[in-house]
Design a protein around this ligand. Structure first.
Ligand code: PMP
Length: 354
């Protein structure tokens, strides 16, 4: 292995032209030997998450349709990554942006959005994602802002059909791909990639995962909706879980498409602490630095691997970078000051500068 010798990735006219085309990376040390496990690593997007893709598409689709007027304010409810992606797109194109986010999501997320020039309106965590959506609707009605509507818009799954899925098809052309493993937030990744895999790789098993203590899909309880497909209440099966970006307290319309079309072969719940543990192992034993949702998807990929036949190939989505979680339980136990062991290393040489 060495640094790739190329003529460069290219020159780009805008940061927005660098969205997508993320690498698929092999797991070399922590996967069982009878299978091959790859991760599709979305941290390579310019703002570090899979949501850069739909942020760009929501804005450009609205520009094309005329739904978004030059200089009009954009508003969205977000667990953070969509807001950060939208903040990049809006900064690059000159639209003001207001993000509505529950105060349970990491402080890093708020600061990143503000650093990129967006305004962040916080809602109480007790009101969950549904509360964010109520505030979003009020802001749209009050100010006539453009609602990015990531949970309902067709621009969400479409971009995964047209980019994420195409990249996977290209990277596994002529090769085995036995399992594709993903969680869901809006469900855009699942529904968009599902459209393509079901058609072009019908033998690939799609594994959907969700938090064990917020198993909305597993509960079998349908989501109540308004005529515009927005939820009309929070889902009763939801409980607070540590997998930020996954499973709001609603079954989004975008996810519903994939559920209705039977895009998953198996639905496997994952416990948050397992996701955290696997995120740490990916970082410390593979050098792959992803967030809690990535660790959780990987936890389920390892579970699938246990019983997968010899030679199986598994592809696991890693939605974002671990750097978005410095203030969260992912970093519990990571010291700021020198540890005993580090002090001992420091004292092992004559210059004692402590
Ligand atoms: N992981 C993280 C950290 C996210 O922010 C999101 C999106 N909210 C997802 C996973 C899920 O992606 P999707 O919305 O495409 O289901």
């Amino acid at each position: 292995m060495s640094i790739r010798q190329t003529e460069g990735r290219g020159r780009f006219d805008s940061i927005l032209d660098t969205v997508g085309d993320t690498p698929v990376v092999k797991i070399n040390r922590i996967a069982p030997e009878h299978v091959t496990v790859y991760v599709k690593f979305e941290a390579f997007n310019p703002l570090g998450s899979v949501k850069d893709r739909l942020a760009l598409n929501i804005i450009e689709a609205a520009e094309r349709s005329g739904a978004l007027k030059p200089g009009q304010t954009v508003v969205e409810a977000t667990s953070g990554n969509t807001g950060i992606g939208l903040a990049m797109v809006c900064a690059a194109k000159g639209y003001p942006l207001v993000c509505v986010m529950a105060d349970s999501f990491s402080v890093e997320r708020r600061k990143l959005m503000r650093f990129l020039g967006a305004k962040v309106v916080l809602t109480p965590r007790a009101e969950k994602a549904y509360g964010m959506m109520v505030k979003l609707r009020e802001l749209v009605e009050e100010h006539g802002w453009f609602n990015a509507a990531q949970f309902e818009t067709s621009a969400n799954a479409d971009i995964h059909e047209n980019t994420t899925a195409r990249e996977i098809i290209g990277d596994f052309a002529g090769e085995r791909l036995d399992y594709f493993v993903t969680g869901y937030g809006t469900g855009g990744t699942f529904s968009g990639v599902g459209r393509v895999l079901r058609k072009e790789r019908p033998d690939t098993k799609i594994i959907l995962t969700e938090p064990a203590n917020a198993a909305l899909v597993g509960s079998g309880t349908p989501q109540e909706r308004n005529p515009d497909n927005t939820p009309s209440s929070g889902h009763p099966a939801w409980e607070p879980h540590p997998i930020q970006g996954w499973t709001p307290d609603i079954i989004p319309h975008v996810l519903q498409e994939g559920l209705d079309k039977g895009f998953y072969d198996e639905l496997l719940p994952v416990a948050g602490p397992d996701g955290i543990a696997w995120s740490k192992r990916l970082a410390a034993e593979e050098g792959i630095f992803t967030g809690i949702s990535g660790g959780s998807t990987f936890a389920i990929s390892m579970q699938v691997a246990e019983t997968a036949p010899e030679g199986s190939v598994i592809l696991c989505m890693l939605p974002d970078t671990g750097e978005r979680y410095l203030s969260t339980p992912l970093f519990d136990g990571i010291a700021e000051e020198m540890t005993e062991e580090e002090i001992a290393i420091s004292r092992s040489t004559p210059s004692n500068q402590m």
